[in-house]
Design a protein. Structure first.
Length: 132
């Protein structure tokens, strides 16, 4: 059986030149079941108004017995959710690990092979011990 696009083709044993064109993704009657909506219009308007009033997504989710992810997705679909700004990491100023290894090699004559995986704090501690 071969699959080309959305159709499956199979050969008959008696006549290998005759093929059956079987459509497996029929949109007309594939899903005749009634779908259940997760959020009614009233519940959606309550969620949106609560969120705009300043209630957290976690509190809204616990109040309506839904998951936080579900409520957040609904708010995104409604166009009212504003993501919290991510906090940027605070980079500690000072020499980089590579600069410390170069300084350790040049100033102290210490072989730095194998120290590439060491942390910056461990290298600076080694430098203070060697300086004493």
């Amino acid at each position: 059986m071969w699959q080309i696009g959305k159709n499956k083709f199979s050969f008959h044993l008696l006549n290998p030149f005759k093929t059956d064109n079987i459509s497996y993704n029929n949109q007309k009657g594939a899903n005749n079941m009634a779908t259940q909506t997760n959020y009614s219009v009233e519940l959606t308007s309550k969620i949106v108004s609560d969120y705009q009033a300043g209630t957290s997504v976690e509190d809204i989710a616990s109040a309506i017995d839904k998951s936080v992810r579900s409520v957040r997705s609904k708010l995104v679909r409604e166009g009212v959710y504003v993501a919290k700004p991510t906090q940027k990491s605070t980079k500690v100023m000072g020499p980089t690990k590579k600069e410390l290894l170069i300084e350790l090699n040049n100033n102290f004559g210490y072989d730095v092979s194998g120290l590439e995986g060491a942390t910056k704090e461990a290298i600076s501690h080694l430098m203070t011990v060697l300086a004493q």
